[in-house]
Structure formats: C-alpha cells, structure tokens
Design a protein around this ligand. Structure first.
Ligand code: DX5
Ligand code: ZN
Length: 219
C-alpha cells in the first residue's frame, strides 16, 4: 500500500489552449504538476482524434516534466518506438486494443520506459492480474475514453479498491492512475479507494488558479 506518498498529479493537456501550448506547459510546471498527460487518439479505438508523435516531440523541448503518454489507439505496439523517440517517459496502452499485452509491456521496458496498461470503465481488471508483476502502472479509466470534460463514473471505484487489494496481497507497490472527471469532489474518493496518480484536464486548465487546484487534488 502506498501510504507515505502524496498523490501525483498528471495534467492532461487535452484541455489546454493549443494556441499557446508552450505557456500552458509552463503553467503546469509552476503550478506544481508532477507529469504531463498526453492523450493520443486515433479516431478508431476511440471516436475522436487528438495529436501524436510530432506534437510530443515539439512539447518535450518546452517541459522538464515527465511525459505520461496514454495511447488510445488500436495497434499500440506498432508505435512504441516512435513515441519513445519523441520523448515519452511512461507509455500506457489499452487492454482492449489489438496488441498482445505481454509483448507490449516487454517492448516498452526494452525502450527504457515505464509501462502501464489501461482498462475502460466496463472492462474488468481481473485478466490483467497476470501482468501485474511486470507493470509499473495500471490506469483505471473513470470515464469512457475519447473526450475531456465528462462526468465521473462512480461504479469504477470498486475496481480501484479491488486492484489495490490485489496488488497489496501480491506485495506489489503499483501505481494506480485514474483518468476522467477528476476534481475536488472525486479526488478524495479515488484516493480513498487506492489510486495515487490523478490525471486531470478540465479541472486544472479551466481554473483561474491552477496551483490551488493542484493542491486540492494532491490531498
Ligand atoms: C479522456 C482522456 C483524459 C481527459 C481527462 O479520454 O484520457 O485524459 O483529458 O479530462 P477531464 O479531466 O476533463 O475529464
Ligand atoms: Zn488520458
């Protein structure tokens, strides 16, 4: 169980103002965010298209924060080395995608990065238990992937609790990340359930005072 650590905050730039992305990245840094969450959408795995390798490569130059890349794409394995070269520090792919999870995790590690696997709200965490001892992080989606600004799905809390319990029973110090609808009301609930890495987009970027909201999420 992660007891001593405060929550880590990963700012989802999907909600940033892309007209001044460099300023938005500095705002994350000065506000105390721990990571930049970079949502990649292919218009196939999810019904939306965001940004990819060239954008990551550009923004990497303007931020010292680790790049937490969330691949919402159908064939993540194919693109791992491209995202590693562009500056990813953590790559998380979806359990529901077409790539073999074991091979994908191994390849991410071979590239020298941390590996995470993600499950959508309706996907059970049970079948990823067999990969737990080689994963750095599990991302529990708390909204349907594809869009920022959606409402938190409360049913996902049970899954977070179950995952934390299983990781503890296996003696694994796992990072559990949550993504979607994280704000002042939902942050204490996910933390209590066992999450320790909180992704937040609209709650941070739409804030007048981002630093204050980072502190609220950190708990
Ligand atoms: C949704 C993305 C999220 C999104 C979160 O598919 O994975 O990272 O940006 O946005 P908020 O915090 O606004 O729900
Ligand atoms: Zn995300």
């Amino acid at each position: 169980m992660v007891i001593t650590m405060q929550n880590l905050i990963s700012a989802s730039i999907l909600s940033a103002d892309f007209g001044c992305l460099r300023d938005e990245l500095s705002r994350c840094e000065v506000s105390g965010c721990d990571m930049i969450h970079f949502d990649v959408m292919d218009g196939h795995f999810v019904p939306n298209i965001s940004y990819g390798v060239p954008v990551l490569k550009s923004i990497k130059k303007y931020s010292r924060l680790p790049m937490d890349v969330h691949l919402m794409i159908s064939e993540p394995y194919k693109y791992l080395s491209a995202f590693a070269d562009a500056g990813a520090d953590i790559i998380t792919f979806h359990a529901e995608a077409l790539s073999d999870p074991g091979e994908t995790i191994d390849r991410i590690h071979e590239l020298g990065l941390k590996a995470g696997i993600s499950v959508k709200p309706n996907t059970s965490v049970d079948w990823i238990y067999k990969y737990l001892n080689k994963l750095d992080m599990v991302l529990i989606m708390t909204v349907e992937p594809g869009f920022g600004g959606q409402g938190f799905i409360f049913d996902t809390l049970e899954k977070i609790k179950e995952l934390r319990k299983t990781a503890d029973s296996m003696g694994i110090d796992l990072d559990i990340e949550v993504d979607g609808g994280i704000n002042a009301e939902t942050a204490p609930l996910v933390t209590e359930a066992g999450a320790n890495v909180l992704v937040s987009g609209s709650y941070l970027f739409k804030a007048e005072d981002m630093q204050r909201n980072v502190e609220i999420l950190r708990g």
